[in-house]
Write a protein that binds this ligand. Sequence first.
Ligand SMILES: C[S@@+](CC[C@H](N)C(=O)[O-])C[C@H]1O[C@@H](n2cnc3c(N)ncnc32)[C@H](O)[C@@H]1O
Length: 222
Amino acid sequence: MKRTLTKTADGSFTLYVPEIDEHYHSIHGALQEAEHVFIQNGVDSFKHQKVVHVLELGLGTALNAYLTYVWAEKRAVKVSYVGIEAFPVAPEIVRKCLEVLGEDDLRVLDFFEHLRFEETQSLGHFFEITPRNCKWQDTVYLEKFDVVYYDAFGPRAQEELWTLENFNIAYQALKTGGILSTYCAKGQVKRDLKSVGFFVETLPGPPGKREMVVAVKTVISA
Ligand SMILES: C[S@@+](CC[C@H](N)C(=O)[O-])C[C@H]1O[C@@H](n2cnc3c(N)ncnc32)[C@H](O)[C@@H]1O
């Protein structure tokens, strides 16, 4: 898959995929979007726990993983992170995206540049990650995670990931009280999240986007 590096409105970088005419992040600001959707309205809801388990659909450039590492250090909360990625991004691109954000700690840059799939690796006292090179559709987790970062390409570009079956994978993977956060607030997506059992909240979106969604698993699954 051909991908080109593109600068977004807040100065951070994203990737553009010409084949599906889709960006990895909002062109209004990749960093602002990731901070807003996945950190502030995702993992930060669990800041009072000792350990937070995060599952991501679409590890991509590892921006969300990196920001979660920064969050874990700042909050002194342990994070155990599983990042699912079907089409890994070249390591040097991952490094470049983080350098552009101003990250200059070589230990951190080397860590994210050289992530090894199917291995659990730790960075500092608070962060461990297991990148997995597989399709979301093939993952099976039961009641293990506090947060799912649902960061697939949008429904226009990748309709097959915005289905009841795939939302149900997230629902099953979450503990009761766990949440799915996503930048996508399409009506059909919200209705489908509801029908797999989530309580769906629509929140203000990041700059350039009106809304986003947090879906809460409020009951014990049958
Ligand atoms: C919107 S981008 C995610 C951006 C990423 N979170 C980041 O911070 O760079 C969507 C990602 O999902 C991946 N992807 C596409 N289809 C997938 C599938 N079926 N299972 C897992 N990952 C998939 C793409 O390769 C891409 O990296």
